[in-house]
Write a protein of this length. Structure first.
Length: 69
């Protein structure tokens, strides 16, 4: 009997600050400032001195700021 296997989980894609800023179309300095003084509250992961942004979190953040007219 064949067992049904679920697909392997997709690896998480994480971006460094510059790439995340380009993805969001904002300045890298804006992301840097948001880590120190959260105004935009863009989710991030800090690994030592490196700040990483999960693409799924960036997409969710963008979706939460969608304006419909």
């Amino acid at each position: 009997m064949d067992s049904i296997q679920s697909p392997a989980p997709q690896p998480t894609r994480r971006l460094r600050r510059k790439a995340a800023a380009e993805y969001l179309n904002i300045a890298a300095a804006t992301l840097a400032a948001d880590v120190c003084r959260p105004r935009l509250r863009i989710p991030y992961v800090k690994c030592g001195r490196v700040v990483l942004y999960d693409v799924r979190d960036l997409d969710a953040w963008l979706a939460s700021h969608r304006v419909e007219v």
